[in-house]
Structure formats: C-alpha cells, structure tokens
Write a protein that binds this ligand. Structure first.
Ligand code: GSH
Length: 212
C-alpha cells in the first residue's frame, strides 16, 4: 500500500490514523503542498483532483479521505471505525462530515491562496476568514458533543471512530494557527484521550518523514 501524503495535511492525517488503528503498513510518498507538487503532472496522473491523500493498493487508486477510510473499513473490518447500529453510524458520520465538509474545505490551502493571490485579500483578513470558519464549526460541534449522552470517552462511546479521526487533525490544524481552544473543553478532552493512543500519536504531523 502507498499513501500519498503531506505531513501537515489534515485529510492525509485522517487516513494515517485509520491505517494505524487497523494495523496496516503503508509506504509514505510525500507530496509537497507548499511547493505545489499536488498540481504537477506526475501527481495529477495519480490523482487528477490535485489533492492529498491518495491511497494506492493492489485493487486500485483511491482518493478522498473519507472514501478511503470507508474502503479500508469494508476491506479490513477490524477493529471497526464505525459503531454497530445504523443510528450510531449516522451520528458518527455526521460528526465526521461536519468537520470534513463544513469546516475543512473553507480553510484549505488553495482556498486561502485564492483569497490572497487572486482576490488580493490582506493576510490579516485571510487569517480572520480562517478563524471564523474554524470557530463556527468547532463551536457547533462542542455544543453537540457536550450535550449528547452518546458522547463518551471518544466522540462516540468508548472506542475511537471516524469522528475522532476527523476531529484530531482539525484541532491540530487550529492549534497550529494559534486559534484558542479553551472554548471547546469537550473537544479537547476527547483529543487528549485520542492522542495518547499510539495510532494517533504516530500519525501526527511531526512524526512524518517529510515533517519540517
Ligand atoms: N475532501 C478531501 C480534501 C483533500 C484536501 O483538501 N487536501 C488538502 C490538504 S489537507 C490538499 O491537498 N490541498 C492542496 C491544495 O489546496 O492545493 C479529502 O477529504 O480527501
């Protein structure tokens, strides 16, 4: 298995956690996003979307972190990253999607570069944009998780799921950008439980071969 990744990519970080939780080894292929390698022909030939991550294995080439993780879940069911019942699975997927679809895309590198390079938005305005969408998304999630009895040690119950796999990279991203996380005690409590697990710790940006 090969994982095209970038140490700071939160979408790739999700897949790294999932691979580790499932005990699956992979070859790490770095794609330097700051240098724009994701837009170069060699990588576009692997993933025409020009985004990381991409997973390549004996069955094909897979893109989009959540689709990759669901593929891994179907092919390597243990340990499960989704709970058993349909309603619990829907809850976990909803948390994951709230991060992956409502927060992350607005703060992606190409969006931020479009704001500054194409629209001429000033750095501080770009930073305000970044903070706004992260804070809005995290505040909703905090409220949702803090008040729902289905929240346990992890986002859902007592074992890590797809929801935690999305939460931890998003918080790492926010922290790296200096966003105060004190308003999100439930989210940071779950994060600290997750990051004590070797699967999460080994997937952290600083542990990757391309970390700078
Ligand atoms: N929805 C995609 C998002 C992938 C994505 O946005 N990846 C970012 C890094 S976190 C990227 O490759 N950005 C390159 C760019 O913005 O040019 C997924 O979940 O895989």
């Amino acid at each position: 298995m090969k994982l095209y990744s970038y140490f700071r990519s939160s979408a790739a970080y999700r897949v790294r956690i999932a691979l580790n939780l499932k005990g699956l080894a992979s070859e790490y292929v770095p794609v330097h996003l700051r240098k724009g390698e994701q837009r170069d022909d060699p990588y576009r030939a692997v993933n025409p979307q020009g985004l990381v991550p991409t997973l390549v294995d004996d069955r094909g080439t897979f893109t989009q972190s959540l689709a990759i993780i669901e593929y891994l879940e179907e092919r390597y069911p243990g340990p499960p990253l989704l709970p058993e019942t349909p309603e619990a699975r829907a809850r976990v997927r909803a948390i994951a999607l709230a991060i992956a679809c409502e927060i992350h895309p607005l703060d992606n590198l190409r969006v931020l570069q479009y704001l500054t390079r194409t629209l001429g938005v000033a750095e501080d305005a770009k930073d305000a944009w970044y903070r706004h969408w992260i804070d809005l998304g995290l505040a909703i999630l905090e409220k949702q998780l803090a008040t729902d009895p289905a929240t346990g040690e992890f986002c859902h119950g007592a074992t890590p799921t797809l929801a935690d796999i999305c939460l931890v990279p998003q918080l790492a991203n926010a922290r790296r950008s200096g966003i105060p996380l004190d308003p999100y005690p439930t989210l940071t409590r779950i994060e600290s439980v997750c990051t004590m697990l070797p699967a999460f710790a080994a997937a952290a940006p600083a542990q990757q071969p391309d970390a700078q």
